[in-house]
Design a protein around this ligand. Structure first.
Ligand SMILES: Cc1cc2nc3c(=O)[nH]c(=O)nc-3n(C[C@H](O)[C@H](O)[C@H](O)COP(=O)(O)OP(=O)(O)OC[C@H]3O[C@@H](n4cnc5c(N)ncnc54)[C@H](O)[C@@H]3O)c2cc1C
Length: 435
């Protein structure tokens, strides 16, 4: 034991205290897309720095308690897996730990997961891969030299950092690298709503499971105004045996401004409190004693994204278009949250598959930048499908390998055949689904 006589020293910040870090691939954002990019690059032997503004890894998958992996499987009736790589490791680990459960939904299979088990898997996977992680590290500027991002300025509560890299993955969800580099980006003219997800506890699981989902939707539609609820649809489901139920039944605007964002947090929590009153009053056997255990970080759907060399369209999604430079596959419906009162769903038919091209990941004016996840280029409708986590994982892998193939050259000039080989499972493998 150290005893109680603890020496101290007097010090002050050195005049030139900027720390410069260097790597091969710098990934901004540690959600499904960034995590996949960082792990793929590290496993390919590259020096990787993962920059995350939050205090823990996992992006929305962990911190917004999204609750299910969608888009990993094709539509039925012949359901097959569409995304592999890091997804394999996650599914294997979570299933072995009883922390994941497959469910039939939207003519496909979705995987419900325990966010705490996922968070710990991510911590360990990133550490084991030798990735340098910067937590609480906010990208606040990007230096563009010609068509290359040279360095990122990063603020942390411990001081400023600069990160230099051959290639950068923008998996920030908000195209933060492109934005700070002064590159063009797209934003929706009218809001795409986010959701304040909450976890309930102290409810009766058996009674809750007996509530018909569509009856609840109908009652919510009729009674929302009475409870002061903005959104009139959504769903609540329990994780069997975990004592929690997740509700995705609110809508909030998700502005890109710090003070306005704080109001989003408060509005979302207020809506969640109203939702609890609705559930307690309308379904007393199931939720009469329910409490909110966690208000997750606000779930943000679509805010700002890059201008790529290709913008994925609603028509591409509906038609199941396969591109010459396809890098990810998906069957998830169009799921557009542009109406405060409810979401627009458009399922895409039996055995449907659509894809994401590399062109949607590559900013048209940068040679060493690849976006992945919800900030790739598409129209609002196209993006509303491919932003789910299955394709986000596949896009992360593609972004990493595209930048590695480019090295000090241009990501726009890589050999697409070589990229296809690196990510071939995500393009061609179709393991039939087995429960
Ligand atoms: C309410 C809701 C429910 C959803 N339900 C589902 C579902 O059931 N299944 C499903 O598969 N998908 C679902 N989605 C979609 C899916 O969750 C997201 O689109 C997906 O998680 C996005 O992953 P990402 O890696 O692109 O970004 P994110 O997970 O958003 O990660 C981006 C990361 O970048 C970091 N970052 C941002 N700016 C900076 C900066 N300047 N500096 C450093 N770091 C920064 C953020 O802190 C964050 O951790 C849902 C989305 C919402 C909002």
């Amino acid at each position: 034991m150290g005893g109680t006589d603890i020496p101290t020293r007097t010090t002050r910040r050195p005049v030139d205290s900027l720390k410069i870090l260097q790597c091969d691939v710098c990934v901004v954002g540690s959600g499904a897309a960034g995590l996949s990019a960082a792990l793929e690059a590290a496993r390919a032997g590259k020096r990787v720095i993962l920059v995350e503004a939050a205090q823990s890894l996992g992006g929305q998958a962990v911190n917004s308690i999204i609750g299910t992996f969608c888009g990993l499987y094709s539509n039925g009736p012949d359901v097959t897996r569409l995304t592999y790589g890091v997804a394999d490791d996650i599914l294997r680990h979570l299933h072995a730990d009883s922390a994941a459960q497959d469910r039939s939904a939207r003519n496909s299979i979705i995987v419900q997961y325990d966010e705490i088990a996922l968070a710990r898997w991510i911590d360990n996977a990133v550490r084991d891969a030798g990735i340098t992680v910067l937590l609480g590290a906010v990208v606040r500027n990007a230096h563009l030299s010609g068509r290359r991002i040279a360095a990122l300025d990063i603020a942390t509560k411990f001081g400023d950092l600069s990160v230099e890299a051959d290639g950068f993955v923008d998996a920030s969800g908000d195209a933060t690298v492109a934005w700070h580099a002064g590159l063009t980006v797209r934003e929706p003219e009218t809001p795409i709503f986010g959701t304040q997800i909450v976890l309930f506890e102290n409810f009766d699981e058996a009674a809750a499971n007996a509530v018909d989902r569509w009856e609840m939707q109908g009652r919510l539609t009729n009674r929302a105004d009475h409870y002061g609820l903005v959104r009139k649809d959504g769903f609540v489901f329990s994780f069997p045996g975990h004592g929690t139920a997740l509700a995705n039944m609110t809508h909030v605007e998700t502005p890109l401004d710090a003070a306005d964002y704080a109001n989003t947090v408060f509005d979302g929590r207020d809506q969640a409190d109203r939702l609890l009153r609705f559930l307690r009053d309308e379904y007393p056997a199931a939720y009469g004693n329910a409490r909110i255990r966690i208000y997750a970080a606000p779930g943000v759907r679509q805010t700002r994204w890059i201008t790529g060399t290709y913008s994925l369209t609603a028509e591409d999604v509906r038609a199941g278009r396969i591109f010459d430079d396809t890098v990810a596959r998906c069957s998830w419906p169009i799921e557009l949250h542009n109406n405060a009162a409810g979401a627009y769903w458009e399922e895409l038919g039996d055995n449907h598959v659509h894809t994401v091209p590399l062109g949607s990941l590559l900013h048209r004016d940068a040679d060493n930048l690849a976006a992945a996840g919800r900030c790739i280029d598409g129209d609002t409708v196209g993006l509303s499908s491919v932003r789910v986590m299955g394709p986000c994982l596949a896009m992360g892998a593609a972004a990493a390998h595209a930048l590695i193939l480019a090295g000090s050259g241009s990501v726009h000039q890589i050999d697409i055949g070589a990229l296809r080989k690196k990510i071939s499972d995500n393009l061609d493998r179709n393991d039939p689904y087995r429960a």
